[in-house]
Each structure stands twice: as C-alpha cells, then as structure tokens.
Write a protein that binds this ligand. Structure first.
Ligand SMILES: Cc1cc2nc3c(=O)[nH]c(=O)nc-3n(C[C@H](O)[C@H](O)[C@H](O)COP(=O)(O)OP(=O)(O)OC[C@H]3O[C@@H](n4cnc5c(N)ncnc54)[C@H](O)[C@@H]3O)c2cc1C
Length: 432
C-alpha cells in the first residue's frame, strides 16, 4: 500500500494511534490562511496531509456578524488561488467587497496617484475580506477533503530532520519526524511550517531570522463614514505614518492607521467618539466624519525574513518565512503565492517520482519565492523611508514622485501589475 492508500484506509475512523502509524506525505503545522491553502493544494491532489492547528476554526457564519478587526486586501492572484482551491464560493457566500480604485496622497507635498480598475482593463483591483472569512472558507473545503486529517490543539513537542538528503533515491530512506502531544512521533516526507510570525517550526529547525523593527504599530478596525467609500482604498501619508481606508461596503471601511509605537496605547484607549474624531482627522476628512467605530486592535510592526525557507524534508511558508510592513497589503498575498509555489514544486516532484522532501527539490521552491519576497520587503522599506516626514531633503523628490508616477503610464501600469498579481512566474494555482 502506498502512503495515500494507507492513510485513506485509516482516515475513515482515525484514532491518535492510527495517525502515528501512517507515513504522511506532508505534515503541516498551522492552519491559518496559508497553511490551510497548502493543505488543500496537496490534499485535493490525493496526497495524505496531516494538518495541525492550535485553535479551532469556526466555519459557521451569520450575516449579522459584526465586522472583524483583521482584514486583508487580496490581489487578483490570491483570488485565483482561492478560486482554484474551491474556497472562493465560501468567501462570496459570507462577506467580501471588491475595490475598483486606489488613491494615494501625501499630506506634506499634496502629490497624489490614482489607480483604477477601468484604466487597467480589470473588473476590480482586488477584494477586501475579513481574515476569519478566508480561513473559514478554506476550512470548509478541508472538511470535505478525505486526504486531509486535522489534529486540533495539540502541542508540537519537536521536529527531527534528516541531515542531507540530496542523494536519497527512495521514499523509504530518510524522512522527518514530528513529535505531537498525545500522539508521539509522526513520520513524514515533508514538514511545512505555516505557523505564523513566531513559528515554532522555524525555531525547532534552527533557521535564523533577519529582523528589522519598524518602530511603528498598525491600529486596525472597521468604521462607518459619513460619505460613501466609492469602492476605493484611500491611503494618506501623514506625519505619523500612512493612514488607510479599505472599502468594505458603501459606508464601511477597514482602517489601517500606522503610528509611532509610543502612540499605540493612546489610540487603543481613546473613547470611541474621540477615536472617531482622530481617525477623521488622520484621513483629512476624505470620507467626511467617522460616525461609528467597531472593535479595534493594534499590532507592532516588524520585518522578518527567514535566512532559509527550506531544510531537508522541511519548508516554511507565509509569515513563518517572512513578515512585511502591511502598508501595501501584501503579507498574505505573498504567503498565498508561497503556498501555490510549494504545492506546484511538490506535485512536480511526485509526478517525476522524486522524493519531494529532498533538499534539491525544495530549493526550487526557495529560489522561486525568497528573492521575490525580499524585493517586496525592500520596496516597502523604500516607501517607508521616502514618506517618513523627518528629512526635508527628501521633499523635492517626494513632490515629484507621486505626480510623475501618476503621469507615466508604463511606470503606473508596472506598479499596478505588481500589486494586482505579484511579480512574474506566477504558480499555476494563481492563474485564471
Ligand atoms: C495590521 C495588519 C494588516 C495586514 N493587512 C494585510 C493586507 O491587507 N493584505 C495582506 O496580504 N496581508 C496583510 N497583513 C499580513 C497578513 O495578516 C499575514 O501575512 C497573514 O495573516 C499570514 O498568514 P499565515 O497563515 O502565514 O500566518 P497566521 O495567520 O499567523 O496563521 C498561523 C496559524 O498557525 C497556527 N499555529 C501557530 N503555532 C502553532 C502550533 N505550534 N501548532 C499548531 N498551529 C499553530 C495559528 O493558530 C494560526 O492559525 C496584515 C498584517 C497586519 C499585522
């Protein structure tokens, strides 16, 4: 029996002992938006997947549910990944909102740039979706996929990897082992670390991290405004940092307000009416006054980049591999591209009858994604530097940059294509 048949015969009534007896094609730690996508991408192609998640995921949905604090602006590439995994219908059935324009302006120089879907010949520029909606829609698909076995709320006690497996020819030679509380050591061809920014898998695999503290936090939440959002994402560069309204509906926006760390507590503790006034001011009343505010939260911002995305029989994806300044809303979009690229790499190796945990196979995934993610991280830093209002020397350049980019059609189209689809070499799952 191969491992898929072996797991299929056990999955109908799995017990913790059964789980330890199977050699899994992949063990994925973390069932957030990115880990759940890898699980589906592999599971839907018949690979046996063990998915570990710390927290239960609620797939129930009630349309009266208040807007959640965490929202992502998804690119078209992410939309296609979620469509190809069968999760998009679950997103549409819950709640999502297309945005058709993006307007960015600078408080200091009044320069601005405007992107519209119409100019790009696209129906929209992307969708704003609550993270819990994306995760629920993915998990709804996981529930229907027989090849995926879920283990909830069990501690990860350890990960054991083979040393150098490039000469391994057969699937039986070297593997990785994942030690799970109450189950014991589970054998697998591939461990996927999709366990977020503080990834335990990354730490257990002794993979170093390059970090940079932005000394900023993002205050997020949903608000209702006096004027309609015009299905637009509005971003203003202010003295404190960028402020953004992401359209979630006719009068509803998700805000992302970037502030110096010393203002984080202040922003969280302001009474709702004062918070509404400060948000209206930060946006320069672009949507009139804020008339209602929901729950809010704040996140300190750090750039992180894992020194390696892979080791023999192990790969990192999503925030476990990289976190970036969210001002251009790219974090989960990059993570979903990682997921799609890893799935494609593994499936290609399986078709070629090669062990997909082999370092030389996984290197293809690393080469595909690491450089791309580094470029996006660095461009975010360049923006952060340019728009920090501390150096008057930058002002002439800033004065020119947005209006010039707005007039130069090729530059504008290039900027937009990056934002819509990510860079070149899109994985198959990310294509229409
Ligand atoms: C303020 C803010 C705004 C953002 N806005 C955007 C945006 O507009 N667009 C965008 O693309 N990105 C945005 N991002 C980034 C985006 O939220 C992240 O990139 C994304 O959530 C990463 O997804 P992930 O699945 O890799 O990790 P996570 O969402 O962190 O998921 C990790 C999962 O692993 C589980 N886990 C952790 N440890 C274990 C363990 N030991 N065992 C089992 N399970 C475990 C967790 O419970 C969780 O479910 C934003 C980020 C911030 C902070």
């Amino acid at each position: 029996m191969n491992s898929a048949e072996e797991s299929a015969s056990l999955l109908s009534s799995p017990s913790m002992t059964d789980i330890a007896q199977i050699t899994w094609d992949a063990v994925i730690v973390g069932g957030g938006m990115v880990g759940a996508s890898v699980a589906l991408g592999l599971g839907q192609q018949g690979m046996s997947v063990l998915l570990l998640e710390k927290q239960p995921v609620d797939t129930d949905w009630n349309s009266e549910q208040a807007y959640q604090v965490r929202v992502s602006a998804l690119t078209r590439a992410s939309e296609f990944i979620l469509r190809n995994l069968g999760a998009w219908k679950g997103i549409e059935a819950r709640r999502c909102h297309p945005f058709t324009a993006m307007h960015v302006w600078d408080e200091l120089t009044s320069g601005n740039i405007h992107f519209s879907a119409q100019e790009m010949g696209e129906p929209n520029l992307g969708y704003t979706v609550e993270n819990s909606v994306i995760q629920a829609a993915l998990w709804e698909q996981i529930e229907t996929c027989d090849a995926i076995q879920v283990v909830l709320n069990r501690a990860l006690n350890g990960v054991r990897l083979s040393q150098n497996n490039d000469r391994v020819q057969s699937f039986d030679e070297q593997k990785a082992w994942v030690d799970i509380e109450g189950i014991g050591e589970v054998r697998t061809e591939l461990v996927v670390g999709a366990d977020g920014a503080f990834s335990q898998v990354r730490q257990l695999a002794c993979i170093g991290l390059d970090t940079h503290d932005y000394e900023q936090c993002a205050v997020v939440g949903c608000v209702k405004t006096e004027l309609p959002t015009e299905d637009t994402c509005w971003q203003r560069y202010t003295a404190d940092g960028p402020f953004a309204y992401l359209s979630m509906g006719k009068y509803i926006s998700s805000i992302a307000w970037y502030l110096p760390m010393e203002k984080m507590q202040w922003a969280l503790e302001l009474p709702d009416d004062e918070f509404a006034k400060e948000v209206s001011k930060a946006s320069d009343y672009r949507l009139g006054s804020v008339i209602d505010v929901g729950e809010r939260a704040a996140f300190p911002l750090t750039r992180r980049h894992a020194e390696h995305y892979i080791k023999p029989n192990l790969a990192l994806v999503g925030d476990a591999a990289h976190t970036i300044h969210p001002q251009a809303g790219q974090g989960v979009n990059l993570g979903l591209l990682d997921a799609a690229a890893l799935v494609e790499t593994v499936l290609a190796a399986r078709s070629a009858k090669k062990p997909w945990g082999q370092r030389s196979v996984l290197r293809k995934y690393e080469r595909w994604r690491r450089g791309d993610n580094a470029i996006v991280q660095r461009s975010m830093e360049a923006f952060d530097w340019l728009f920090k209002q501390d150096a008057t020397l930058k002002v002439p350049f800033r004065k020119g940059f947005l209006p010039l980019a707005n007039r130069l059609t090729p530059l504008k189209n290039w900027l937009m294509a990056q934002a819509l689809n990510g860079r070149e070499a899109l994985p198959k799952l990310a294509r229409k």
